[in-house]
Write a protein of this length. Structure first.
Length: 351
């Protein structure tokens, strides 16, 4: 990065950062009233369950996966911003057990405020993520916009018998998370200029880390459900899985993985604005018995980990694949039969 780029604070050109710029859940639900797409014909998964991709049956034993994801800068480094945004979009394909085959870029840029070279660095970050995923960033669309925006529209494929959705969780399943929580807090502190070098290093590392393990996990029938954790936080995306699967969850606050460099920020309640909006949208469906977990469960994640529901008999096979992929997997709770509250968060460990 050039000295000129070092002086540019990309995060100051956006109202909100990363997946924290998502429209708040309650408002989004109002927008979607009357326009939900239930599966019909060759459409296997629409938007009725809040899943990560739409899914179309090609009729040859394979499903076509389609997703789009973009956001405003969550870090000041344009290359890291571009790579994180691209990894975040690619994650939707991996969360369905698929493999990406093609991506198109989505770029909005305030050309009268920010240089072309900065935009080029963002695009280079996107290309790097696509290269690591084994695909090309083959096209795209750009506009002159008030805030910088970047992301991808990604197409993928999955064998019909290997599709994973957020609707397959079963009572008794063990719940695992593949990245620690705290990304939103670190990003909020980064935007406010109060992070140190170690905190920035951890933030950059986690948001650019691939969730490609989801594709490998698709071959295990006992992996019943997968979704990725992004702007609605662990709580919001876990609730989506509960509602789609008609189950409840018991999570352990003691077992939640936490980025160590974010612990002091949680104690100081350094949270993105969307964290409280997440809680306001979901609190009636949650029995929060462990108050210390609050900051972590509502924290909006950007390019966060996969939440995975695994049959107890398949846990060993699941962990073996994660180990081969160099992916950490933290056991955070269990799936339960439907309870009065859809999610219970306890202080003690779960089975």
């Amino acid at each position: 990065m050039s000295d000129t780029q070092d002086l540019i604070q990309l995060t100051q050109y956006a109202k909100a950062s990363g997946c924290g710029c998502k429209i708040q859940p309650a408002v989004l639900q109002s927008m979607l009233e009357g326009i939900r797409s239930a599966p019909a014909g060759n459409l296997i998964v629409g938007n009725s369950t809040g899943d990560d991709c739409s899914v179309y049956d090609l009729g040859n034993g394979q499903y076509l996966l389609q997703t789009v994801d973009f956001f405003t800068p969550l870090v000041n480094d344009p290359f890291i911003f571009g790579k994180a945004a691209a990894m975040n979009a690619l994650s939707d394909i991996w969360a369905m057990g698929g493999r990406p085959i093609m991506a198109n870029a989505i770029l909005g840029w305030p050309v009268d405020k920010l240089s072309v070279s900065l935009a080029q660095s963002v695009l280079q970050g996107g290309v790097q993520a696509c290269n690591e995923a084994g695909i090309s960033m083959s096209g795209g669309h750009s506009i002159d916009s008030p805030e910088p925006i970047f992301g991808l529209s990604v197409t993928g494929l999955v064998d019909a018998n290997k599709l994973k959705t957020n609707a397959g969780a079963q009572a008794g399943d063990r719940l695992f998370l593949t990245k620690p929580l705290g990304i939103g807090m670190l990003a909020a502190a980064h935007k406010r200029g109060i992070t140190n070098e170690a905190q920035d290093k951890e933030l950059f590392s986690w948001i650019t880390r691939s969730n490609a393990v989801g594709s490998s996990l698709s071959k295990i029938p006992g992996v019943h459900a997968i979704t990725d954790i992004t702007g609605f936080g662990l709580l919001g995306h876990a609730l989506e899985m509960c509602e789609a699967s008609q189950v409840s969850m018991e999570l352990s606050g003691a077992q939640l993985p936490k980025i160590s460099e974010a612990i002091d920020l949680a104690k100081q309640f350094v949270l993105p604005d969307n964290a409280m909006r997440n809680w306001n949208a979901y609190q009636e469906k949650v029995n929060l018995l462990d108050q210390d977990s609050f900051s972590w469960i509502v924290d909006p994640q950007t390019s966060g980990g996969l939440l995975i529901a695994v049959d107890p008999d398949s846990v060993a096979d699941f962990l073996e694949i994660c180990q081969k992929d160099n992916t950490e997997a933290w056991h955070i709770g269990v799936v339960a039969h439907k309870l009065e509250k859809q999610i219970v968060i306890k202080g003690e460990s779960t089975p």
